[in-house]
Structures are given as C-alpha cells and as structure tokens.
Design a protein around this ligand. Structure first.
Ligand SMILES: Nc1ncnc2c1ncn2[C@@H]1O[C@H](COP(=O)(O)OP(=O)(O)OP(=O)(O)O)[C@@H](O)[C@H]1O
Length: 261
C-alpha cells in the first residue's frame, strides 16, 4: 500500500462535523445482476458534517446514498445510521427512513395536493401528528425556504426552484437527523439553481448532517467539510475541499477535475 492510499483511506474514516459518528459504511458492496455498482465502500460521516459526493456518470454516487436510505439493499458490508444497523427487518427500515430525509433530482411532489398538504402528509400519516401542529410546522419550514406565500398553491403553479424548495421542506417536516440530496439542482434552469443552493447552505449552517451528490463544485468548495470522489463503483479519494481542488492525488480525480472546472 502506498503512502497516498494510506492517507486516502484514513480520510474516509475521519468523521468531520462534531467528530461523533452519524453514518458508517464499512466494506459495502452492491450488485445489479452481474454489474457491481459499489465496491468495498468505506466511509464515516460525522454528526453535523456536510459531505459532497462527486464523480463521473455511472460511478455509483446515487446507489451509495440510496443504500444509506435503504431504497436499495446493499449485498455485503455494514451500514449504520445513527447507531441503527440497516437490516431486512421492516421496522428497522421504517426507523432508518424516519431518521433520513431525501431530496431527489425530480421534486416528486403530489400534483393533486397543495404545497401545505404535500409537506404535512407524512407527519400526519406516519407520525399521526394533529393538523394544527403539522400546519404550523409546515409554515415555519416554508418561511425557512423563503416561499410561505405559496402554501395554498399546487405544485404545477410553482417554478422548478420553488418546487425543489418545497421538496426540502417536505423532507424536513419529518425532523430527520440526516439529509441526503441526489443531484438536487440538475433538473433546474440556471437561474433557479442558486435559490435551491441557498436553502441548502442555510440547512448546512443550521448543523444538519448532509450527504449531497452534486456537480455544483462552487457549493462543494464553499460548504463541504469533505468531498468524496467516486469512479468505477469505488471511492477513489476523500478529502477537504482544499485538498481535493488544489492537491488531488489520483489520476482519475485529476482527469475529472480537468473536465468539469
Ligand atoms: N436499478 C438498477 N438496475 C440496474 N443497474 C442499475 C440500477 N441502478 C443503477 N444501476 C447502474 O449502476 C451504475 C451506477 O449508477 P448510479 O445511478 O449510482 O450512478 P451515478 O454515479 O449516480 O450516475 P449519474 O451521475 O449519471 O446519476 C450505473 O451503471 C447504472 O446503470
């Protein structure tokens, strides 16, 4: 093992944020038929840490965060979220999903429900909270993502950027401990990207633990505690933005950066 690979592996285990472990992936493998989408993934994410995952198309970024949220089932290795090891037990999956909010590329709002109803649906149905409590929490969240005036409209009446901010508010309505973002701005027009990134920056500053799959390198540089670079189904390099942008160690990282910066 070279000095470089030793230091890269150490970085993967070095939780940022408070330093207290929130997520642990240990030798995680995932196969789709004969294709291995994740190979021996080792990563610890600390409480209140922001980790940005980047890498070429098809490198396994979405698969990694979908495994952490149990939208996909990993085939080998261990994933622990806030002390809960992911298993096949339905109650275990429900428990983990309650801890983890997810925002997708497509906003996936229910078109026939108002914005307020979209946000309060899960807290009312899953948590069985009363309407007045969920409504007032939803309004607080809409204030936070800066669109309280849209509460009684339907998704189709909102811009893409506004819909994505509703999707963030909807995930926060379940009071998750971790937020996962899967390319949250890649379906948006350029002028709408900033308003969604601003909401994510605010969330990061509030101390939320976040894993963000994104090609927004400006966001990664400004907000990430660590950047995880994936290629060919594995983690190639992990480091601070300073390390990643100014002193990448691996040829695949250098090639990627030369193509996107
Ligand atoms: N449900 C699935 N069935 C079969 N193959 C899949 C499935 N989901 C993902 N894959 C394959 O696994 C690989 C990794 O996909 P993944 O979506 O994780 O990549 P990614 O790095 O997020 O890519 P992108 O940046 O294009 O979204 C790809 O080759 C993809 O085709």
């Amino acid at each position: 093992m070279t000095d470089t690979s030793t230091s890269l592996i150490r970085d993967a285990w070095k939780a940022g944020g408070t330093g207290e472990e929130m997520i642990r992936c240990e030798t995680v493998d995932k196969w789709f038929g004969a294709f291995q989408a994740l190979r021996q993934i080792d990563l610890v994410v600390g409480r209140q840490e922001v980790v940005v995952v980047c890498g070429p198309s098809g490198s396994g970024k979405s698969t990694l965060i979908r495994c952490i949220n149990r939208l996909e089932k990993h085939d080998a290795g261990t994933i622990v979220v806030d002390g809960i090891e992911l298993s096949d037990d339905v109650r275990n999956i429900q428990e983990v999903r309650r801890e983890v909010g997810m925002v997708f590329q497509q906003f996936n709002l229910f078109p026939h429900l108002t914005i307020l109803e979209n946000i309060t649906l899960a807290p009312r149905q899953v948590r069985r909270l009363p309407k007045d409590e969920t409504d007032s929490h939803a309004m607080e969240l809409l204030e936070r993502v800066k669109i309280p005036e849209q509460a009684h409209k339907y998704p189709a009446q909102l811009s893409g950027g506004q819909q994505q901010r509703v999707a963030i508010a909807r995930a926060l309505a379940m009071k998750p401990k971790v937020m996962l973002f899967d390319e949250p701005t890649s379906a948006l027009d350029p002028e709408m990207i900033k308003e969604v990134l601003d909401a994510m920056v605010e969330l990061a500053e509030s101390g939320m633990t976040m894993i963000v799959v994104s090609h927004e390198m400006g966001f990664a540089r400004a907000v990430a505690d660590r950047i995880v670079f994936m290629a060919d189904s594995e983690i190639v390099e992990v480091g601070t933005p300073e390390h990643f942008f100014t002193d990448p160690q691996e040829e695949r990282t250098k090639l990627f950066l030369s193509q996107i910066l």
